[in-house]
Design a protein around this ligand. Sequence first.
Ligand SMILES: [Mg+2]
Length: 232
Amino acid sequence: MRPIIVFSDFDGTITQQDTGNIIIDKCIGTEKRIRLDDSILDGRRSFRDANNEMWASVNLETFGEAIALLKENKVSHDVEFGRFHSILTRLNIPLKVVSAGLKPIVTLYMESFGNCEIYANDCSIERTADGSVSWKLKYVDESPFGHDKGAPIRLLKEQFKAAGLSEEERPRILFIGDGVSDLSAARDADFVFAKKGKDLETYCQREGISGVIIWEDFGAICDWLEKWAAAV
Ligand SMILES: [Mg+2]
């Protein structure tokens, strides 16, 4: 089988719900969170600025408390994610999760799955002088989402090149996503799986990214991987 490496978004892709929205809504209410989201979409505020404000309002004392809240809200993995992960393990395909969300949350949520590396913004829970709790983000880089999801893909390609592998010889890179922050990774991957009816599908069409495969659940990606393994 020709080697392949899988990169995947987390919120709305591996999970069916957005974990950040659930945590933030619990602390500031859905209405205020949507107002802040709208201010990003219509360009009145930068992603970082509004995102910092949302997370600073989160007053949960531990990441474990946030995970308990997500479980209460029945946040679940995609229905076929378990099968997908077993295929990756069986075929020895590495999984790299790239998220504009929070590394401690993604790490805890992916704990039961091995063979997984996580690239995401970090976060610390800080206590202010008056004793109140606030979540503070530490971004991976200076890009608009604080984390350019294409960067680890480009770095990997450079490493293959440095190791003497040509573009044709190096392992193929597959990316799975659904949202606006996934566009940079979609540009750098060899195969892109964009979730049906979500922003990434629209953006890929608008940007003229070719070879995009539309998916509704991970079952479609499982089938594609099985064919890949059988064919090459
Ligand atoms: Mg997403």
